[in-house]
Design a protein around this ligand. Sequence first.
Ligand code: 5GP
Ligand code: ZN
Length: 113
Amino acid sequence: MADCIFCMIAEKNIPSKVVYEDDRILVFHDLEPQSPVHVLMIPKKHISSLDDLQTEDAELLGHLMLKVKDIAKELGLENGYRLVNNCGEDGMQTVKHLHFHLLGKRQMTWPPG
Ligand code: 5GP
Ligand code: ZN
């Protein structure tokens, strides 16, 4: 999608530090990490948010979710991690292309702010 920064990253029009890639998803380091490990997991297909998921996206999302544990292992997150999705205005979503933050290598706190 034109003007979508994560589509541009997925298409390699904007550089990123890629951790994992296949035909359907891309995992890359966040530009402003909030923990020692902070990567973003995105579908290459433009989906604006979790709120815009369609039934036809079920397999794609299942694929992405099943990759979480593999990426976590690759990044050395044996002690645990947090997977975050910010959705919409109240969720403080800033980039309108579905993404999951995978954070680790520090003790998280609860509740989130
Ligand atoms: P959101 O607030 O939408 O959940 O998260 C967007 C995330 O994308 C933020 O953590 C922000 O640091 C990251 N981000 C925004 N622009 C870029 C970029 O151009 N490259 C990378 N690698 N991360 C970005
Ligand atoms: Zn996009």
